[in-house]
Design a protein around this ligand. Sequence first.
Ligand code: FAD
Length: 407
Amino acid sequence: MGRKAFGHFLKSAPLSFDLHDELTMVVEDNTHSNTLIIGAGPAGLAVGACLKQADIPFIILEKSDKVAPAWHRHYDRLHLHTDKKNSELPFLPYPKVYPRYPSRSQVVDYLETYSQKFQLDIRFQQEVISARYANAHWEVQSQDTLYHATNLVIAAGCNQEPFLHTWPGQDLFNGKIIHSSEYKNGELFRGKKVLVVGFGNSGGEIAIDLWEYGANVSLAVRSAVNVIPRELFGIPILSIGILQSKLPASLADMINKPILHFAIGDITKYGLRKLPYGPLTKIRQDGHIPLIDIGTLKLIKNGRVTVHPGVREFIGEGVVFMDGKQSQFDAIILATGYRPGLDTFLSGPSAAVSDKNGMPLSSGSETNMPGLYFCGYYVAPTGMLREIGLEAKRISASISRKFALQP
Ligand SMILES: Cc1cc2nc3c(=O)[nH]c(=O)nc-3n(C[C@H](O)[C@H](O)[C@H](O)COP(=O)(O)OP(=O)(O)OC[C@H]3O[C@@H](n4cnc5c(N)ncnc54)[C@H](O)[C@@H]3O)c2cc1C
């Protein structure tokens, strides 16, 4: 809590308390701070580390019992698609012994080390159920505690809620349907006919994993797509995106087109439809990261993974695709993405800071609500983890400036 807000808080305190009692209560109940951060994933940890360096008091509220729970849960095969140099959080590189693309468990270790190194004040099992701006400060309610602060940083993740598309007849399907967030590995699917719905990075890698476990794999790809390699001539694709980040997306796409065609080939030969514009334009337009190919395309080219159009409807034994063909499947994995789910705790005027899809209108700077920041909601062609680090530094600088000006 900033000095001004703290004064306001004291003024509005019940008359039966004297100043000493009130100060004691504030120190003892430990629920007031200059800044509250919701979420102890990479974004919340990065903002915490930056505020710690700037000597700004803060508390992190995390609904789970551990840091970065999403990285604990993700499927076993996952490695960063972005190289470690461009995926580090402020002030701490990944260990030298880690490979260029660290595994999921290495990312978990890195994030746990990060929170310990900066001794971040994280309150676990505190699920924020409402956040509102009242009397010139933020009131944040968890399931059992009310917190107050001048600034609120929402770092609750843009992948908070699985997006579960539904189709006609879905209830009739006899097999198993899961979202990619529930997928751990292909063990359960050995020898089974499995359809992966969606051609994002999770869908692409889960298809590989299933094939490696001996499943018979198909992909349902509804829309036209772009595919990019993870590296070009040994250089991480992200580094190229960063070099080109100042160029207009359409110009960068035009420059990259022949090189990408050389690296990827003609995807339309394999049942995929190519978007009429390039990957950077797509990311700028609707925040969709293209498939960063780590082997899915090779399996498709070799006929090991079959591509179908989008799903039209379900039947008892399988699905009917948009082209009218039907196929039998034992299981369906919905790699259909996520939503931020901010409406679970942000409502009223505070909710006006997000668009119709629930994505914040800005990330990394103060919103038009006083003291409210989002971190980690900009889907960037330069990598989300890298962007989280940059946003965290900007947010911390903004909060520090205000803190220094307080009387
Ligand atoms: C499968 C997958 C792979 C990815 N790979 C890469 C990659 O290679 N490179 C890259 O740059 N990016 C990658 N990303 C994107 C992004 O970097 C990660 O999603 C990253 O974890 C985002 O960090 P975050 O802190 O914003 O969100 P999260 O990691 O989702 O953390 C949000 C935290 O907020 C907590 N929380 C949410 N709501 C509440 C509440 N109401 N109260 C209290 N706590 C709450 C959650 O429990 C969670 O701990 C990947 C994403 C996914 C899904």
